[in-house]
Design a protein. Sequence first.
Length: 120
Amino acid sequence: MDLMSIGLLVLGLVVGTIQAATGVGWGVITVPALFLIPGIKAQEVVAVSMLASLSNTSIASFENIRHGNMNWRYAVLISAGAIVGGFIGAYFLRNLPGIAIRRAVGLVAIVAGVRLLIVR
């Protein structure tokens, strides 16, 4: 197995653990990390992150349901909005230039980081 494959497996393990334990991390950590791969397109970064997060969130959601941690009302309402948002976001991803996506990711990461540091 080459070094890139090992790095991607470790990234998935670390971020998957953080995501499952805290609900935070997949996009915030994985997307910027994937942008470090030379030659990868912004659209590929987002697509890879979304598919990989699906497997992680599916398993973690199953475990949370099994342990009685699910608020179904909140989950259904947020999911309904997320389904529509998924179509809208995929449209933007398909139609925006890669540099715009890269900058948007950078801006979101900065805002999220600052917010985590200053909000108590």
